[in-house]
Design a binder for this molecule. Sequence first.
Ligand SMILES: [Ca+2]
Length: 106
Amino acid sequence: MCNIVCSDDVVYVQTQATLTGCFTLAGTSIWTAGQRIDPSSESAFVWRTDADSDTVSAMTYTNWIPGQPNNCCGGEPCMHLLRGFSYMWNDLQCSTASCSVCEIDL
Ligand SMILES: [Ca+2]
C-alpha cells in the first residue's frame, strides 16, 4: 500500500479513492502502508510498503488525529486516513474493511 510523505500525497490518495468509487464500496477511510514496527506492542509507526519484506522506512511526516495513535481495543497496529476527519490519521485493527490505495514502482 501507499506511504504518505507530505500533504500532497494525501490529496492524491483521496482523489484516487474517490475516482475508483472505493468509498461507495468500502466505507469512509483509506488504508496506507503505515504499521507499527512490532504489531504486538505500542511501538512506533513506520512505512511498510512491501508486505513480503522486512524493509521499512521512517515516518518523517505525520498528521494524526489529536489523541491518536491510541492503540485501542486490544491493539491497533495499522494506520488509515479517515475521511470524516479531513483524512487525518488513526491507528486501527488491520482486519477492518476499508479502501486501499496501492503504490507500485514503475
Ligand atoms: Ca485508534
